[in-house]
Design a protein. Structure first.
Length: 118
């Protein structure tokens, strides 16, 4: 059974930082794209960032470019999202995906809540 488990979410003050992790099990994603989406209350799920299989290519939504950094450790079958300079608009449930493309991901995690508030 393939599982993607996110961690690292929580409450952070505006301007703060968080690092999300997504650990995969049940199959290796070392040859696949991985990435992150998010969904804020009352809004559709939106793309945040993606990384190709070897980490040499990364892609970001314009709203997070320059503030978020995606990375991966294939030995740990894990993808990360370093989030800096957080603001209230970043409040959402963050979901990781593995396999497929960021247009059509194969597998999803269950999500982790990120709340940016003073």
């Amino acid at each position: 059974q393939v599982q993607l488990v996110e961690s690292g979410g929580g409450l952070v003050q505006p301007g703060g930082s968080l690092r999300l992790s997504c650990a995969a099990s049940g199959r290796t994603f070392s040859s696949d794209s991985m990435g992150w989406f998010r969904q804020a209350p009352g809004k559709e799920r939106e793309f945040v960032a993606a990384i190709n299989w070897n980490g040499m290519s990364t892609y970001y939504a314009s709203s997070v470019k320059g503030r978020f950094t995606i990375s991966r450790d294939n030995a740990k079958n894990t993808v990360y999202l370093q989030m800096n300079s957080l603001n209230a608009e970043d409040t959402a449930v963050y979901y990781c995906y593995g396999g497929g493309t960021y247009h059509y991901p194969d597998y999803w995690g269950q999500g982790t809540q990120v709340t940016v508030s003073s």
